[in-house]
Ligand binder design. Structure first.
Ligand SMILES: Nc1nc(=O)c2c([nH]1)NC[C@@H]1CN(c3ccc(C(=O)N[C@@H](CCC(=O)O)C(=O)O)cc3)C=[N+]21
Length: 306
């Protein structure tokens, strides 16, 4: 297989894809953040992230635990609010309203999915845009699409960081995204467009999806189906980002990409686990610190919502 190795600017034959190591890059991001947090603490500010988990979804509990562990490593204060499965929407809205008004809180995250009696859109809309560390508020989504981002969704932000870290060019490249979720596909498209890529979004109704993926210089797969993309769907040398988080029959975490087959064709590939996941959490921390820094610059009261 034909490979292009950016660091040596040369073509290589018969090699496996270069692994984009999310664990390693996340560690680097965290080290930079430790310094920023200690600077903030000297100014009397401790960045604080509140994570709200409604119900007892098992996967969510694992993610929330990971977030707290990472925050602790960096020196970010976290508050864990757990509400019962049968929590009413109004109760959650009241809690958010209280946290919006609390100057010691810099970031608010409501873990998704939410139980069905709660309208997730109402909740997203209620979080103050200036504390919306997930970048899900329509105002932040709008800023992102207008190429003036204020808060970036963590998974797309983490993916962008791989391109920057490994010096993978985006301008003029054809990026194909598989999946159109509000959390990954759509904001990813906007972010790549902001960096001058030519973007195609594909989804369940797309005709000849695999013909499109084969043309991708950059292929981002976030569709939630194990082994959805194989080596035959990938252009030789492409950068392939696997956003999938599926549990297989053996309970093992697997992505949306058939890793061993794509490894033979792609130039660069993110593993699962150890790829996009750790970067998502690192970006959540980075955004929390950024919001805390912004609160210093704005004065601690009446932090602007935009
Ligand atoms: N409001 C909200 N914001 C989110 O950012 C959000 C959410 N809700 N709901 C669920 C998804 C999923 N998500 C992950 C974060 C880290 C890993 C992660 O660290 N994964 C590790 C492995 C974890 C394991 O072994 O289970 C890895 O890929 O290496 C995974 C998934 C954030 N999400």
């Amino acid at each position: 297989m034909l490979k292009w190795l950016h660091s040596k600017k040369s073509w290589r034959w018969g090699e496996m894809a270069v692994k984009l190591d999310g664990k390693k890059l996340a560690t680097k991001v965290k080290q930079d953040l430790e310094q920023k947090v200690s600077n903030l603490k000297q100014k009397g500010i401790t960045p604080k992230l509140v994570v709200i988990l409604v119900g007892s979804d098992e996967a969510s509990q694992v993610y929330v635990r990971n977030k707290h562990r990472v925050a602790q490593q960096i020196g970010i204060e976290t508050q864990d609010i757990r509400l019962p499965e049968n929590t009413a929407e109004i109760e959650l809205l009241q809690l958010i309203s209280k946290l919006n008004a609390d100057d010691t809180v810099h970031g608010i995250l409501v873990q998704l999915p939410l139980p069905k009696q709660i309208d997730a859109e109402q909740i997203t809309d209620a979080i103050a845009p200036a504390k919306d560390v997930d970048g899900f508020h329509p105002q932040n989504v709008g800023h992102l699409f207008m190429n003036d981002p204020r808060s970036l969704p963590c998974t797309p932000a983490g993916i962008l960081r791989f391109f920057q870290e490994y010096h993978l060019p985006l301008a003029g490249k054809h990026a194909v995204i598989v999946g159109r979720s509000n959390i990954v596909g759509r904001p990813m498209a906007a972010l790549l467009l902001n960096h001058d890529a030519t973007v195609t979004i594909t989804h369940s109704k797309t005709k000849n999806l695999r013909q499109l993926t084969r043309q991708a210089d950059i292929l981002i797969v976030a569709i939630g189906k194990a082994d959805f993309i194989t080596g035959a769907d990938v252009k030789p040398g492409a950068v392939v980002i696997d956003v999938g988080m599926n549990r297989n029959a053996a309970g093992k975490l697997v992505g949306d990409v058939a890793q061993s087959s794509v490894d033979q064709v792609a130039g660069f590939l993110t593993p699962v686990p150890g790829g996009v996941g750790p970067m998502t959490i690192a970006m959540l921390m980075e955004q929390t610190v950024k919001f805390a820094e912004r609160s210093v610059n704005c004065g601690r009261k009446n932090v602007s919502n935009s």
